[in-house]
Design a protein around this ligand. Structure first.
Ligand SMILES: Nc1nc2c(ncn2[C@@H]2O[C@H](COP(=O)(O)OP(=O)(O)OP(=O)(O)O)[C@@H](O)[C@H]2O)c(=O)[nH]1
Ligand SMILES: [Mg+2]
Length: 310
């Protein structure tokens, strides 16, 4: 007799998928601010990934799962490609690397308004041997055709793209064509996740991201970049979720900025974060925010790990 767990086959629901079912991973990779998170949200139809007008908003690899009867595509939104300046950046690039390795298909997303920016760091992607790469030239609601043509020409000298798309993630223009091509190119396979779910990340993760989004929107300059958000506890009741979150900063001097005159700034941060979390979870939220100083956490492996960046 083995001492393994008893497994009752009755516990497994048998689902019959069509023989030609396809599934796979698609990484969205590009420079900061290209519109990667906007594209993910446009595809999934929900706000899964935080979008702001500032560069380097996304720090983690974020999954969004697209399913229909015959397909499941696991999209991986990634931080913007950059040359690392500190350890947090290294961790962000490691998230890009992991997504690139896991992907069956890569969407190379570029901002069509700016030729110089669109071609920056292209050598990083040119090294992705054996992967199908689709070029998506974004922001075509504002970019000129001449720019798009020049970008396509320059990038195609470095990368042998499977196909090229001109899209506006913001207006959801050209996004269906992109998805159809991906569907055709995916390998045959069964779904990786339950078809009802849109992401495999836990709710506390989204809570952290939504608070971080508000930090980006409400504070200037270096402040949001030197903050991490850590949900210490998340307890769910039927009518309300209770969340206890820490805003982690690098220096004592930032405490006053986060809290603001008579606590006004942190109050606003709390209210706006709570509202966006309530929209996500569809019920009331009781959010408590605390500010904590962790000196130079962006350079510290242990802190990076404990905040989920490794
Ligand atoms: N005009 C226009 N703006 C867009 C489009 N797609 C995204 N944006 C804007 O570009 C900015 C950056 O968008 P994000 O989706 O956060 O970009 P990202 O590539 O995820 O950025 P990081 O996470 O910082 O690397 C936001 O202000 C978006 O609203 C588009 O198709 N057209
Ligand atoms: Mg992003």
């Amino acid at each position: 007799m083995s001492d393994g767990p008893d497994i009752f086959l009755d516990d497994f629901e048998e689902i019959n998928y069509p023989d030609d079912h396809k599934s796979g991973f698609v990484a969205i990779i590009g420079r900061p601010n290209a519109g990667k998170s906007t594209l993910l949200n446009a595809i999934i139809g929900e706000k899964l990934s935080v979008v702001t007008y500032k560069a380097q908003t996304t720090r983690h690899r974020i999954t969004g799962i697209y399913s229909d009867e015959k397909t499941q595509i696991v999209f991986l939104d990634t931080p913007g490609m950059l040359s690392p300046e500190y350890k947090l950046h290294e961790a962000m690039m490691a998230a890009v690397d992991k997504a690139r390795t896991d992907a069956d298909i890569i969407i190379h997303l570029v901002d069509g308004r700016n030729v110089e920016k669109a071609v920056e760091l292209v050598s990083y992607l040119a090294n992705s041997k054996g992967k199908k790469i689709l070029l998506a030239i974004n922001k075509m609601d504002e970019a000129s055709e001449e720019n798009a043509t020049e970008i396509e020409k320059k990038l195609s000298e470095e990368i042998d793209y499977h196909s090229v798309f001109k899209i506006s993630a913001l207006n959801k223009a050209g996004v269906d064509e992109l998805i159809n091509t991906i569907k055709n190119e995916l390998p045959d396979g069964l779904p990786y996740y339950d078809k009802d779910i849109l992401s495999n990340q836990p709710q506390r993760f989204f809570a952290e991201e939504l608070i971080r989004e508000q930090l980006f929107l409400q504070y200037d300059k270096e402040v949001p970049y030197s903050c991490a958000v850590n949900v210490v506890s998340y307890s769910e009741e039927e009518e309300i979720d209770h969340i206890h979150a820490e805003i982690v900063i690098e220096r004592d001097s930032q405490k006053g900025i986060i809290i603001g005159n008579k606590g006004k700034a942190i109050k606003k941060l709390g209210i706006e974060s709570r509202k966006s979390i309530e929209t996500l979870v569809g019920k009331k939220v009781n959010l408590q925010l605390f500010v904590k100083v962790r000196k130079k956490w962006r350079q510290n492996e242990t802190f990076l790990k404990s905040f989920g960046y490794r």
